[in-house]
Write a protein of this length. Structure first.
Length: 231
């Protein structure tokens, strides 16, 4: 509308000039004044638009992603913080027992969860191939932990899935779970030396709003019930 008004005013000035009412010098001055006013108005409007954009940006919150990739340098600290978020049961599925051969890894990945006052129970569903490593590398360390009774006897079975995960309860007043998911093999898991020790290189943090959570729960419960015969 402002542009139309300026065009109309300019046309009116030109008509008045042709009618001999306004001298030519006045016409040029008036037209230049109108153009200057228009330019000034557009500049002010541009600043208003910028301020509006800033205000909108401040008030728009980015939606949390459903999954997050955890890089190697972040793994230990992230896993410790993840364990401390637990508010109930901890589920371990298809983990590599040999990675707990290191006392430091055991303390930072498992002991912290066992001795947390907010952990109620820890349940393992493990592949049969890990039974010897469990007895050798994990059970003796668990026996030395405070609140070791929280750790249930593992459910042993043949697991076909090429995934491993740790799942925790994060809900307050309602069920909500999150998981740290790994895949067997490169690039997500690396083998150390020639003793078959596998350690995660990358983890995927699956958050409570992700549809993957219910699928992982189904896998865990199905394997657990099929091989334990109990809930």
């Amino acid at each position: 509308m402002d542009v139309i008004a300026i065009i109309a005013a300019s046309a009116g000035v030109i008509v008045l000039h042709h009618l001999g009412i306004i001298p030519e010098t006045y016409v040029i001055s008036i037209l230049l004044t109108l153009l200057a006013l228009h330019a000034l108005q557009e500049a002010l409007r541009g600043e208003e638009i910028k301020e509006d954009i800033k205000t909108i940006a401040k008030n728009v919150q980015a939606t949390d992603s459903e999954v997050e990739l955890i890089k190697p340098r972040e793994l230990l600290v992230y896993t410790e913080e993840f364990a401390l978020k637990n508010r109930g049961e901890v589920w371990w599925f298809n983990a590599c027992c040999t990675m707990f051969r290191s006392q430091e890894l055991f303390d930072r990945l498992l002991r912290i969860s066992i001795e947390s006052s907010k952990t109620t129970r820890i349940i393992f569903v493990m592949d049969l191939s890990m039974k010897e490593a469990w007895e050798r590398d994990i059970r003796p360390k668990i026996e030395k932990c405070r609140d070791r009774e929280k750790v249930q006897e593992p459910v042993w079975c043949n697991i076909d899935e090429s995934i491993a995960f740790q799942m925790i309860d994060v809900g307050v007043g309602k069920e909500a779970k999150e998981a740290l998911l790994a895949f067997w093999g490169e690039p997500f898991m690396m083998e150390l030396g020639s003793k078959g020790q596998h350690v995660p290189r990358y983890l995927i943090h699956v958050k409570s709003q992700s549809g993957l959570i219910s699928r992982l729960q189904d896998i865990f419960v199905k394997c657990r019930l099929k091989n334990s015969g109990s809930g």
